[in-house]
Design a protein around this ligand. Structure first.
Ligand code: ZN
Length: 232
């Protein structure tokens, strides 16, 4: 059976992908990889570790601190996260990306993940990017991912495949999928909030999108339920 490596951020989407991979490749063939890229909120890495424990798969964290040295975004720098979503203008002008966009991040993550996979004879990478319902990050789009897959195959002379099971799903479809795959126990320990708060702040773009997905899927968010449980 082929082996798969899931790029795990500790969030809702990559956790769903982890369970997708377990379902697809078998638990014993799946491992997960997270990046310490100098993110302000290390809580993400704790979440990835916890989620991997619950899913019973091997997990590793690779340090890459260049993004924080580059600066200029709200995920690695001490800049306030913008509350508005990016608006794509009707004209030919480029869309304005929110300041949570870390340029090159997914490209670098997947390239490192591919190098890691190569050394371990893993031929399947799984990532939770989606081109729907998001802040318009260009490195989450299908054309970017298929082009990168091609580049990695050429550049490493290695038959690697990038799987993007959430590419065309909206948030509520993702919630339904994670429920179907049995990911809800792990979902209670995921981290989404851009402000790094736990319990989640409830008003940043990431929290709002997550809440919308669960509400549309008509399902309570196990993460929120976990904190309500402790509060009572
Ligand atoms: Zn938040």
């Amino acid at each position: 059976m082929s082996k798969a490596l899931v790029v795990l951020s500790g969030g809702q989407d990559s956790t769903t992908c982890l369970y997708w991979a377990i379902n697809e490749f078998g638990r014993e063939n799946v491992s997960s990889l997270s990046f310490d890229y100098g993110q302000r909120h290390k809580i993400e890495l704790d979440a990835a570790k916890k989620v991997s424990e619950i899913a019973a798969v091997a997990h590793e964290i690779l340090p890459i601190d260049t993004f924080s040295a580059l600066g200029g975004n709200a995920l690695t720098d001490d800049i306030e996260v913008e509350e508005e979503t990016a608006e794509t203008s009707d004209s030919e002008e480029e869309s304005i990306l929110p300041n949570t966009f870390v340029p090159g991040r997914n490209l670098v993550f997947l390239t490192f993940a591919a190098a890691y996979a190569y050394q371990r004879s893993i031929k399947h990478l799984v990532t939770g990017v989606a081109q729907t319902d998001y802040s318009g990050y260009p490195d989450c789009r299908e054309n970017t991912l298929s082009s990168l897959e091609q580049t990695l195959r050429l550049g490493m002379e290695y038959d690697i495949t990038i799987h993007t099971p959430l590419m065309n799903l909206n948030k509520s479809d993702t919630v339904a999928l994670s429920e179907k795959l049995g990911a809800m126990d792990a979902m209670a320990y995921t981290h989404t909030c851009y402000n790094g708060e736990q319990p989640p702040c409830g008003h940043c773009q990431a929290c709002l999108l997550r809440a919308k997905g669960f509400s549309e899927a008509n399902r309570a968010d196990p993460l929120i339920e976990r904190f309500q449980f402790f509060k009572d």
